[in-house]
Design a protein around this ligand. Structure first.
Ligand code: ZN
Length: 144
């Protein structure tokens, strides 16, 4: 089975443009405010420039939050595309009678015995409660 992963940038051209404009304006506001405040002699006269600088900082922050969220959405979209192409675990492995979830000490997740993430590894079978008491969480792929 071949995975078909969309080949695309995490950000659209529109998002890149928005990020560039917001970041550019934010940096320009901070630069102007810094230069203007450096010419003031009294602290009280600098406060207005400080507010302008904070507005610029807020703009760059908003731009980067949007940038991050765009990338996050792309990761979710790509992960969904990948998981749609993952073959489900074989039914026999999933429904083994009396089989307990397995894991090993360095693992942070516990799995069904037939999970492809533990095949060929030395693992210990324990109850679900024992795994969770050891701080492990269920595998998102085999969902034990
Ligand atoms: Zn698993």
């Amino acid at each position: 089975m071949s995975a078909t992963v969309p080949d695309q940038s995490p950000w659209s051209t529109r998002q890149i443009g928005q990020w560039s404009v917001l970041t550019g304006v934010g940096v320009a506001l901070m630069s102007v405010a810094w230069n203007a405040a450096s010419r003031e002699l009294r602290f009280a006269d600098m406060l207005g420039w400080l507010e302008l600088s904070l507005a610029g900082l807020l703009l760059t922050g908003l731009a980067n939050v949007g940038w991050y969220l765009g990338a996050r959405r792309a990761v979710v979209r790509l992960r969904s595309a990948l998981m749609a192409n993952v073959a489900p675990a074989p039914v026999a492995a999933v429904t083994e009678a009396g089989s307990l979830p397995v894991s090993a000490d360095p693992m942070r997740r516990y799995h069904r015995p037939g999970c492809q993430l533990v095949l060929g590894r030395a693992v210990n079978a324990e109850s679900r409660d024992a795994h969770e008491a050891a701080g492990r969480v269920p595998c998102g792929m085999c969902r034990p």
